[in-house]
Every structure is written in structure tokens, then in C-alpha cells.
Design a protein around this ligand. Structure first.
Ligand code: SF4
Ligand code: SF4
Ligand code: SF4
Ligand code: FES
Length: 976
């Protein structure tokens, strides 16, 4: 700490802290417009001028030093602040009372008031540009833009999409998209960062416009007249009276606009934000305090909420009768389900039933589902969709370090000196995590290695892009480990102190010479050696991986090889290091954490451990099944074998997200009784006997656990639509119909029960998770959590990690003459999975209306394909008809198909092969043949898709260019 004098009073401040933070930290208000703590100093507005040592400086760009004396109120400082703000007002028409941004947080409004501006000295001057309305989600009004550059900084250096700039040299500067395109045709990915940080109404969500204010829905001509009246009275009354009027209107808004914290329903990043609503209308999403995301979101979290009030929502239970569904009451539906499950249990035993929980549902709901299966029905046949993606990563970590979770936080990925991404299209699948890596790479010298068979955005940004042959990551990872050990580049002290199994591991590495690796992977020995050197030279290395690793027949072993490499190099137990399996769904981590697994009770406590069972039996007052249940892959087989008679699936589009979709559908047709709980009539619902309408995340309370093991609360934003109910209520009521006596009235009671039975969550409770507070498990009883998972020891009895030898066996499905193309698949930024939720947002549908198959330019030329050509893809398991998109993101005989389709799902083509350890389908090991159909349509991606844009990377706002303008001078006659 250092001593500073602020406005004559001695204060303490952090050494090196920005003056603006120190001043505000002691409760002194200081005008500032462009400064935002999450953007840092961008120095465009000059309103934060303070006087120190007789000189004027920008408080947002000056670091505190010991003994400094600062005046925020001296005549000189005040004059400079007012002069700077006057220039801002010349770019902005103050019509607050009829502005949708008049919500108490408008920086221009608040600064006018703070500086007690009565009259504008520099008159407002409009700019010669039209309002840009071409984005479906937001609009830009150049006439209201004060050129603060916050949006540019956010786009260039936080989101790092590099779309925005300001043409400082122009006589009339403005914000530009791709250097001068419309927003709609630019590279803008609609992440919303710019809109979120805009301090005024220049950038606004379209969902706010005409909805937020009491007068803003008036006709444009009426509004314009009102604005003229306001401006007309300003010379006489001054701004104070006008602001008082607008504040009265703002106070009225407070009564009807609700602001509720929630957690994103889409991916595992776990972004949290406030949702502003007026009745059921979502006005906007406001990210700011989220521990995982701060001001960041992606298109889905910021704008993808059309599903919430979609007319397609299920609003009443449905019962199938004579082959058709009819509406039913809850009493009818729940008693039918309870009766049929009870009958089947007594006829065929509890293990003739199976339960699938949803990774979109809350932790509490997953807990109740597995409790229903185990304690009420009496079976361990319970699973969740982490079987389809995450379990191999979890196994790799359990084998080597003892916990199946990220070893640090997103912040650690940001702090690493080297990040390695393997089989992870991070910019599209975990967009906000990608922003942190892109930022560190752009601004902080972080190095990036990407291994993928597709050249996606992160691959293009990488320092080294590895494009190995499909399914060979295990080989290069093991070869690098061997090289490091052989060349004395391993971290010997770490291995000695913290790791077991080195000798057996070394023996297991024998086949993995660099030469063998080069032969198998297709990468050169030089490249592999360079990678090994980069890893050994980096002080802190993080490896993140996703489905490009796990959805292989060697998914568990490749995940193990990743962790082995981190152990060999000592990249655990420190910030900026570790293993990061990127969890897919918002709560896929939590679904497994809370026991929706056939082998484990909550907190990964094995079902075959008598002590664990005894503890749960005492609490639940039932006898629990002791043998491992079926996982969801085995469930499908068991239905085909006639062993499984009934299923209850919550929020899982299993009919098309499981591999070999035709086979799965054939199984569902054989079930005696099938219950599906969802928010839409999904494809899976078609096979159901009873459909129960659940509630989306915004209509209930609970917690989600993100990829960092971070448990966060979501609060109820809206009432459940129609007759639908929060899923935890449905499960509770069904259990009670089946004879349980569950008395939960709120999800917090469920969490209390989880904590009482599960050492991993011993200290978790709703009070500790209030608001934006969060906890990263394990959480000790007194509430201490562990952002860094391994600090002094690994999670084994002796505290030592274990090197685990693995071998390479090759992919199950190989190309042959008949199926000559490799088919890869994955997510698309705009959609989540098959798109059941995201297609309900009109703007997303416009930008990304359909599925497609990516074809390389070489293959396109050889087969006479262009973007828009219809092709038929045929595999041994099924076929789909789809339009081609020719792109150099893929090369040679590799195809890529995103998952965003219910009509032509990629899983009609994938087979039933699995990773034998976890039964995770080998989705990424598919071979197809391609038939060109005699039909050419439009390109499947419209021109307004951001992939057609041309970003304009630069170093943030580049305020120096503004300072070079001949009409610029520093306010108060200071120097720049
Ligand atoms: S990508 Fe688009 S929405 Fe995101 S910050 Fe840039 S301009 Fe704004
Ligand atoms: S549009 Fe950008 S430059 Fe203009 S006021 Fe908003 S954040 Fe500032
Ligand atoms: S989808 Fe993922 S990255 Fe996008 S806002 Fe939601 S949690 Fe964040
Ligand atoms: S807040 Fe300091 S220059 Fe804008």
C-alpha cells in the first residue's frame, strides 16, 4: 500500500493502482466516460482530468505513486473536465426522457448531472450518417455516438473479433464495422460486448428499443417533436430541469422493469448476467459481475432467448392415446406415469427401467432424478449426456490426478504462457473462454498450439497449427512426453516429489519415437520437436481439449495422454497450468457431479461402496441397489435385447444426439413405456407415451456447475409458461405419487441434502451462493472452495499423481473404397447442438438458417461441387441430404458437418462404436461416401453470416490517432 492525498485527505492506495480506481475506491465521485474497469484505460474522453503537482493528468491512465497529492476539484481540473465533456455533448443529443437508455445507468446522463452542466458550450452537430439497423440484434446510431471507443476496445481486445474501429482521421469520425461495411454484412459475431459496454444509447439492443421507456413507443414523428420541445426549452431552463423530468420517468421504469440474475443455459463456460424484463418481454441481457465472464457473452447468451416465450413451447402434459397425443392434466399424466412404472417394476424388476437426466437441468434436478431412480425405483440405471462427450476426459483425469474436473479456472488459461488446444473448436463451442485465450495471445505474448483436423479460428491464430491424421492425437502427445524424458527436459523435481509410476510409464512410451509418431500422425519430426521444445520452455502450460479428443474409440486414453504430458512437465499445482476438459452443456459437469451416473452416487461416491450406500440408506430410509447400472449406450442395447422396458428421459434429444440415430429410434419404438420431459415437442417426444412440459432455466431456481467446477445460482426470471412446471417439482411429485415422501419446497433444500451426504460439496449452500457469489468444488464444510484444484497434493491416498501408460490402437472405422471420406462433426457458434433452442431466435435463424457439409476446395473441384450443391452422404448406418459449403477450413477428403439440424442430423451417419472404457460413442470416427445430386441451391450460409466478413485487426481504440488530429488539444491546455 502507498499513501496518497486525495482532495486534501490522506488515503491509502494499492501501489501501481490506477488513480481513477484509487479515487473511486475511497468513495469520491469523479467524472469518467470511456473508462471501464474491465476494458482498462483507453483515454478517449478526457473527462477524468485531475490535477497533480500543478499538472493535469488523466486519472484513468496514471498510476498511483507514494506521496502523490491529487485534486479532483481544483478550478483547473474542473474546467478541464467540463471542457472535455462539452466536446462529448457536441456528439450527443440529450433527449433522456424519450430515450430507451434512460435507466439510471446512462453514463452521459449521469456525467451531465455530476458536472452540473446547465448549458452546452459547443452545440450538438449531427454526423452525416444513417442509423445502421442491419443487425437483427442491435443498432448503431452514429448521431448519438460520443466516440468513446469502448465498443472498439471490447471488440478488438476483449472479444477479439476485431470487427470495430474508429476512422479518427475522417472529418466526421464514427464507429466502423470491417472498416466500412454494414453491421449485417460484417464479420460481427453478435457477441454483444460492444452493446454491453456502450455508455449511452448509440449502440442498443433492438429488444430495448420502443420497449424500455414510457414514451419511447410513440411514433417517430411524435418523438421527434418531443425532442424538439425539450431542446427548445433547454436555453431557458438549463439541463437540470430536463434531467429532473427524465429522472422522474426513470423512476417510473424502476417499477416495471425487473432485473434478475441468471446463468446461461447453453455452454459450459457458465456466463452469468442480469436479465432485464418487462412482463415476459426480455429487454436485454446485462453481463458485468459474472465470475466466469465479466462483460462477456456470445451470441447465444446475449441474444439467443427466443425459445423462452416461443409459441412452440409445450404448455401442458400430453398422453398418447390411439396413436395420437392429447392434452392431459398433471394429475392424469403423473398418475399414469407412476402407475405404469410401478407395474413394470413389479412385472420385470427395477432394472427393467432407466432414467436419463438433463445436462441443461439444475444440479438439484439431477440429484432428484438419480434419487428417483435409486431410492424410489431401485435401479442404478441412470445416466446423463456426459456419456456422449465428457466421460473420457473425466476418466483420463481420474486415472492420473484423481478428480474429474478442470484443474484451475478460466483465469488460469488466460495466465498461461502456452495454451495447447486439442480437438476443441473453442471460438465456436466455448466462445467466452476463447476470448480470454485470444486476448492473452494478442496482448500478453501467450503462445498457442492448436491440434485439429480442421482449420478453425483458433487454428488460424495459433503459433503452431498441427493437423494430424484423424484419431492420432494420442500418438503425438506420447511421443512428445517420451522426447522430453529422453532429452532430460522433463520436470524431474516435480516427478520425484509428486508423481508415481514413472518407470512403467517410460516403458509404455517405448513405441512412441518421434519417427513412429511422424509416420502415424503425418506430422513432421521437426514440427513435433518444435512442439516439445515449446512445451519445455514455457513456464506455465495449460492444455484444453474437447470432443475432438473424447469422441473417439481412444477418447479415455488420449485424455490420459494429455494429463501424462502435463505431469511429465510439472504443469499442475500452479496457477496458469493444468488440464481443462471443456465441458459442453451448461450443467454437464453438475449432472455427473450430482450422481446421474450408473456407477456413482453424488460426488463420485461409488455405488458399490458399502459405507457410501449405508450413509445414503440411513438418510433416505431405503435399501439401495449395489451393482453398477446401465449407461445410456447400454440402455439402447438393452432395449433391443428386450431387457429394458421403460424409460424416463428429461431434457435430452437422445433420438438424434446419440450416435447411430436410426438404431436409437428403432430402440425407442420397442419400449413398453416411455416418458419424455422437455420444453418443446422434440424429435424424441415422437416416441413417447407421456410428454411432461418442463421449464427452461429462466423459469426456475437452482444451481449450475460450469466447466471450472464453479457452482452458481440462477434465480427465477419469469413464471413458468402455461401449465409447465419446474423440472424439480415434476420429479418430486412423481416420486410422491410412487410412494416417496419428499417434502422439498425449494431447490435450496435439495442442495442442503446434497451437502449433507456428499463430502465434495459439504460447504455448499444457497446463502454462500447468493447473487453473483460462486464456489468451485471441493467445498469444505466451513465454506472454503478450491479454484486451484491441486495445491499441495493430488486426489489419491498418498497425495501423488499417477502416470498411466496408454497404447494406440487406431480408429475403429477406417476409410475404404466404398466409404472414402472422413466425416468430422461438431458445433456451430450460433446454434447449440441440434438447435432445438437456438432456432427459436429469429435473428439466429436468419444468420444461420440450415445445416451444411463443409467440403474442401480440392474435393469440390474433383467432384464438381460448389457452395449450395445438394449432396447425399451415405454411411453404413444411414444417409442424409444436405447442401455443401466449400471452404478451406477443411482439406482433402475430410468433411465437416455441424450438428445444427433435427431434419438431417449428422448422427444418421455415425455408428455405434464406442470408447470401450466409457461407452462414449466414437462420433468423430465416421466414414461416408458422397453422391453429388443434380441440384444446386443457394449457399447454405447467407451473405449476412459473419464468416463472410473481413475483420480489421488493430491495437484497440488507437487513441493516439485521435490525438494527432489537427483539431485535438488536451482539455485545460495540458499536453497529451
Ligand atoms: S463482434 Fe460484433 S457484437 Fe461483438 S463486439 Fe464486435 S461488433 Fe460488437
Ligand atoms: S458506439 Fe462505441 S464509440 Fe460510440 S458511444 Fe457507444 S461505445 Fe462509445
Ligand atoms: S453459450 Fe457459453 S459462452 Fe455463450 S454466453 Fe452462454 S455460457 Fe457464455
Ligand atoms: S475516463 Fe479517462 S480519458 Fe476517459
Amino acid at each position: 500500500m502507498v499513501s496518497v492525498v486525495i482532495d486534501g485527505v490522506s488515503r491509502e492506495a494499492q501501489r501501481g493502482e490506477l488513480l481513477i480506481d484509487a479515487i473511486q475506491g475511497v468513495g469520491t465521485e469523479i467524472p469518467h466516460v470511456c473508462y471501464h474497469p474491465q476494458l482498462g484505460s483507453i483515454q478517449t474522453c478526457d473527462t477524468c482530468m485531475v490535477e497533480t503537482e500543478g499538472k493535469l493528468v488523466r486519472a484513468c491512465a496514471t498510476a498511483v505513486v507514494d506521496g502523490m497529492s491529487v485534486s479532483t476539484r481544483s478550478a483547473k481540473a474542473k474546467a478541464a473536465q467540463v471542457e472535455a465533456f462539452d466536446r462529448i455533448l457536441s456528439n450527443h443529443l440529450l433527449y433522456c426522457t424519450v430515450c430507451d437508455n434512460n435507466n439510471g445507468n446512462c453514463v452521459v446522463h449521469n456525467t451531465t448531472k455530476l458536472l452540473a452542466i446547465e448549458h452546452q458550450r459547443i452545440p450538438f452537430r449531427s454526423k452525416p450518417y444513417e442509423v445502421d439497423e442491419t443487425s437483427p440484434f442491435y443498432r448503431y446510431d452514429p448521431n448519438q455516438c460520443i466516440l468513446c471507443g469502448r465498443c472498439v476496445e471490447a471488440c478488438q481486445n476483449v472479444e477479439v473479433n476485431e470487427t470495430l474501429s474508429i476512422n479518427w482521421e475522417d472529418p466526421n469520425p464514427r464507429v466502423l464495422w470491417d472498416g466500412g461495411s454494414t453491421i449485417g454484412e460484417s464479420s460481427c459475431v453478435s457477441c454483444g460486448h460492444c452493446v454491453t459496454v456502450c455508455p449511452c444509447n448509440a449502440l442498443m439492443e433492438k429488444s430495448m428499443l420502443t420497449h424500455a421507456g414510457f414514451f419511447t413507443s410513440l411514433r417517430k414523428s411524435t418523438l421527434n417533436r418531443m425532442i424538439e420541445v425539450v431542446k427548445g426549452i433547454e436555453p431557458e431552463t438549463g439541463y437540470a430541469a430536463i434531467l429532473a423530468l427524465s429522472e422522474a420517468e426513470e423512476a417510473m421504469r424502476e417499477q416495471r422493469i425487473r432485473k434478475t440474475k441468471t446463468v446461461c443455459t447453453y455452454c459450459g463456460v457458465g456466463c452469468s448476467f442480469d436479465v432485464w424484463t418487462k412482463d415476459r418481454h426480455i429487454l436485454k441481457i446485462v453481463p458485468e459481475h459474472g465470475p466466469a465472464n465479466g462483460i462477456s457473452t456470445c451470441i447465444k447468451g446475449k441474444f439467443g432467448w427466443g425459445h423462452i416465450s416461443s409459441p412452440d413451447r409445450l404448455t401442458s402434459p400430453l398422453i398418447r392415446e390411439n396413436g395420437k397425443f392429447r392434452n392431459a392434466t398433471w394429475d392424469e399424466a403423473l398418475s399414469l406415469v407412476a402407475r405404469r412404472l410401478t407395474e413394470i417394476k413389479s412385472q420385470s424388476g427395477p432394472d427393467s427401467m432407466a432414467f436419463i437426466t438433463s445436462s441443461k437441468c439444475t444440479n438439484e434436478e439431477s440429484f432428484l432424478m438419480q434419487k428417483l431412480a435409486r431410492a424410489v425405483v431401485g435401479t442404478n440405471n441412470v445416466d446423463n449426456c456426459s456419456r456422449y462427450c465428457q466421460n473420457p476426459a473425466t476418466v483420463g483425469l481420474f486415472r492420473t490426478v484423481g478428480y474429474g474436473g478442470d484443474s484451475g479456472s478460466i483465469k488460469d488459461l488466460e495466465e498461461a504462457d502456452l495454451v495447447i488446444l486439442i480437438g476443441s473448436n473453442t471460438a465456436e463451442s466455448h466462445p467466452v473462454i476463447a476470448t480470454r485465450i485470444k486476448r492473452a495471445h494478442k496482448l500478453k505474448g501467450q503462445r498457442l498450439i492448436v491440434s485439429d483436423i480442421r482449420e478453425h479460428e483458433m487454428a488460424r491464430r495459433a503459433d503452431v497449427f498441427l493437423h494430424p491424421k484423424p484419431s492420432t492425437d494420442l500418438v503425438w502427445l506420447s511421443a512428445v512426453s517420451r522426447y522430453l524424458l529422453d532429452n532430460d527436459l522433463a520436470n524431474k523435481a516435480f516427478l520425484r516429489e509428486h508423481v508415481n509410476g514413472l518407470e512403467a510409464f517410460r516403458k509404455g512410451l517405448e513405441p512412441f519415437t518421434m519417427e513412429a509418431a511422424a509416420r502415424i500422425t503425418g506430422l513432421s519430426v521437426e514440427t513435433l520437436t518444435k512442439v516439445a521444445r515449446m512445451i519445455s520452455e514455457a513456464r506455465r502450460v495449460c492444455i484444453a481439449w474437447a470432443m475432438g479428443v473424447t469422441q473417439h474409440s481412444m477418447g479415455s486414453d488420449t485424455s490420459t495422454a494429455i494429463s501424462n504430458l502435463l505431469l511429465v512437465t510439472g504443469n499442475y499445482m500452479r496457477h496458469g497450468t493444468g488440464a481443462y476438459p471443456m465441458r459442453g452443456h451448461n450443467n454437464v459437469q453438475g449432472a455427473s457431479d450430482n450422481g446421474s451416473q450408473p456407477t456413482n452416487l453424488p460426488g463420485y461416491q461409488p455405488v458399490d461402496d458399502p459405507e457410501v450406500r449405508a450413509r445414503h440408506e440411513a438418510a433416505w430410509k431405503v435399501k439401495l441397489p449395489s451393482t453398477k447400472g446401465l449407461d445410456n449406450h447400454q440402455m439402447v442395447e438393452a432395449i433391443h435385447q428386450g431387457k429394458l422396458k421403460a424409460m424416463y428421459i428429461v431434457g435430452e434429444e437422445m433420438a438424434i444426439v446419440d450416435s447411430n440415430a436410426n438404431y436409437v429410434e428403432a430402440a425407442f419404438e420397442k419400449l413398453d413405456f416411455f416418458v419424455v420431459q422437455d420444453i418443446f415437442f422434440s424429435h424424441t417426444c415422437r416416441y413417447a407415451d407421456v410428454v411432461l412440459p418442463g421449464a427452461p432455466s429462466m423459469e426456475k431456481e437452482g444451481t449450475f456447475t460450469n466447466t471450472e467446477r464453479r457452482i452458481q445460482r440462477l434465480y427465477q426470471v419469469l413464471e413458468p409458461l402455461g401449465d409447465c412446471r419446474a423440472d424439480w417439482r415434476i420429479i418430486r411429485d412423481l416420486a410422491n405419487q410412487m410412494g416417496a415422501k419428499w417434502r422439498y419446497e425449494h431447490p435450496s433444500e435439495v442442495m442442503d441434502e446434497v451437502a449433507s451426504l456428499t463430502p465434495l460439496f459439504a460447504g455448499v449452500n444457497y446463502a454462500r451462493l447468493e447473487g453473483y457469489n460462486s464456489l468451485q468444488w471441493p467445498v469444505a464444510a466451513e465454506g472454503t472452495d478450491q479454484p486451484l484444484l491441486y495445491k499441495e497434493k493430488f486426489n489419491f491416498p498418498d497425495g501423488k499423481a499417477r502416470l498411466f501408460p496408454v497404447s494406440w490402437t487406431g480408429p475403429v472405422e477406417q476409410f475404404d473404397a466404398e466409404y472414402d471420406l472422413h466425416l468430422n462433426n461438431g458445433r456451430l457458434l450460433e446454434h447449440f447442438h441440434e438447435g432445438n433452442l437456438t432456432y427459436r431466435t429469429e435473428g439466429i435463424r436468419q444468420k444461420s438458417p440450415d445445416v451444411f457439409v463443409e467440403v474442401s476446395p480440392e474435393l469440390a473441384e474433383a467432384r464438381g461441387i460448389q457452395s449450395g450443391t445438394w449432396v447425399q452422404l451415405v454411411s453404413p448406418y444411414g444417409q442424409v441430404r444436405v447442401r455443401a459449403l466449400v471452404t478451406d477450413r477443411v482439406s482433402g477428403n475430410e468433411l465437416y458437418m455441424p450438428m445444427n439440424s433435427v431434419e438431417s442430423p449428422v448422427n444418421r451417419l455415425t455408428g455405434s462404436h464406442t470408447d470401450p472404457i466409457t461407452d462414449t460413442p466414437a462420433y468423430k470416427e465416421a466414414s461416408v461416401r458422397l453422391k453429388v445430386l443434380d441440384e444446386v441451391g443457394e449457399s447454405p450460409l447467407p451473405r449476412i453470416n459473419p464468416r463472410f466478413g473481413h475483420p480489421t485487426p488493430q491495437h484497440g481504440v488507437e487513441v493516439e490517432r485521435k490525438w494527432k488530429r489537427s483539431d485535438y488539444r488536451m482539455p485545460g491546455n495540458g499536453t497529451v
